[in-house]
Design a protein around this ligand. Structure first.
Ligand code: GTP
Ligand code: MG
Length: 424
């Protein structure tokens, strides 16, 4: 049924790939951490004589320092790991519906949307374990609680907000599957509003896993939109880009709409595959969707109340557009989890491998030198044993000589005594 589309019921979400991988890699680093701690204790616990200096040492001071360094590195990686998430950023001209798309995906009207220039700065929506929503601004690290969506809207609509600034909304994970599964959404002001694109990219896009270009189906892609993505793809190697031809509800009733749709599709495919070269033609076709964020949001909000949306609230053909939106989400989820696992965890995996490899070397060095130490000890003991044995033999010999001598002496004395007696 349409009702459950997109809220993840009844199927394992593709995002679990990331969630599970993150859990696994966290467990592995916990093990490595314990291993490093044990190694550290071992090094610490060596008796001073065995630590020694120079050749005699089982662990050289350099190696002991290396083990301490590993602990610091592992702590750092584990810290980054807990913060790792999948990040999707939305760009497009003002009023194309970026904020509405995000709200539809979140199944809640979190971000303010409206006609005119609505989103004034970057707004990030991320999951929180807290049951209460809160907000973080760049000028303080104290979260402010959000009493209501209305209050949030007024906080976000302030004209004082600077385009390049970031507001983070920490939204309860319990309310949204996508946040629970570690996706972070970034909404942006329109790219046609005198932006500093280079700064935007540096500040907000370098760790993005997926870019969504929210276009307006009522017009073709504009140069401002294209330019931004050219800049992105010159900075990041092969970014994942999706194109949403939004407001399709408004266009679809127009005459000759199939022709227009094909034209949009051809243009978008050409843009992704030939201009940006971020996908081949076949992949690009799977990156373009004709949707209505407004209808999807309205219908989902209504569905979540349990009462079906009255069809007259939506334009004819809305089911297909809502289906297309869910289709976009499925492709998007598969793409973002795969990409994030690769970009976020590959480097951790390499570093983890390096550290265990280096640690193994240190421990092997220790093992080799402790063996040498043992051999040396045994050799020394053997030498001492040999000495003792010789001494023993000498003593034995000596004592036998002495006994023999005494025997001779006694015999001599006896003989002398006997002859003296005889003489008397
Ligand atoms: P800025 O924040 O100003 O850059 O705009 P935005 O891209 O975030 O657009 P927003 O989501 O605020 O939407 C602008 C207006 O278009 C709002 O009134 C929305 O309700 C409306 N809108 C968004 N998506 C659709 C859609 O698919 N169809 C129709 N008919 N209206 C839409
Ligand atoms: Mg907006």
């Amino acid at each position: 049924s349409l009702r459950n589309l997109g809220n993840g019921h009844g199927r394992e979400s593709a995002l679990q790939l990331f969630v599970q991988a993150k859990k696994r890699i966290n467990d592995i680093f916990k093990d490595i951490d314990e291993y490093v701690v044990d190694a550290g204790k071992f090094v610490q616990g060596l008796s001073p004589e065995l630590k020694g200096v120079g050749e005699e040492a089982i662990i050289s001071p350099e190696n002991a320092q290396v083990v301490v360094g590993f602990k610091v590195k592992i702590d750092g990686i584990r810290e980054v790991l807990t913060r790792d998430h999948m990040k999707v950023v939305f760009f497009g001209r003002t009023s194309n519906g970026k904020s509405t798309v995000i709200n539809a995906m979140l199944r809640e009207k979190i971000l303010p949307s409206g006609i005119g220039h609505t989103t004034h700065c970057f707004i990030q929506v991320e999951g929180s374990d807290n049951e209460e929503a809160s907000m973080l601004t760049e000028d303080s690290n104290q979260p402010k609680s959000i009493q209501s969506l209305k209050q949030l809207a007024s906080a976000l609509s302030s004209g004082k907000l600077k385009e390049n600034s970031l507001i983070r909304i920490l939204w309860p994970k319990s309310k949204c599957r996508l946040l629970r599964e570690d996706i972070v959404f970034l909404d942006s002001p329109g790219i046609d509003v005198s932006p500093d694109l280079d700064l935007w990219i540096d500040k907000f896009c370098l760790d993005a896993d997926v870019f969504v270009l929210v276009a307006n189906a009522e017009s073709t892609l504009m140069q401002t939109e294209k330019n931004f993505f050219h800049k992105v793809s010159s900075r990041l190697s092969k970014p994942n880009v999706f194109v949403l031809q939004n407001r399709w509800d408004v266009s679809e009733s127009e005459e000759d709409i199939d022709k227009v749709k094909q034209q949009h599709l051809d243009n978008n495919i050409q843009f992704l595959s030939e201009e940006l070269q971020v996908a081949d033609k076949r992949e690009a076709k799977d990156r373009v969707f004709f949707v209505s964020a407004r209808e999807t949001l309205v219908s989902r909000l209504q569905d979540d109340t349990g009462i079906p949306t009255p069809d007259r609230a939506l334009l004819p053909g809305f089911q297909a557009r809502i289906f297309e939106f869910a289709n976009f989400e499925t492709k998007f989820e598969a793409c973002i989890s795969k990409s994030a696992v690769k970009t976020k965890f590959e480097q951790h995996t390499d570093r983890g491998k390096n550290i265990t490899f280096e640690l193994k070397k240190v421990m092997e060095d220790a093992f080799t030198s402790s063996n040498q130490h043992l051999e040396r000890q045994q050799r020394l003991r053997q030498e001492r044993l040999d000495e003792l044995e010789t001494l023993d033999k000498q003593l034995d010999l000596l004592s036998r000589e002495v006994k023999a001598k005494i025997k001779v002496m006694v015999e001599t004395v006896e003989r002398k005594v006997a002859s003296a007696l005889n003489d008397e």
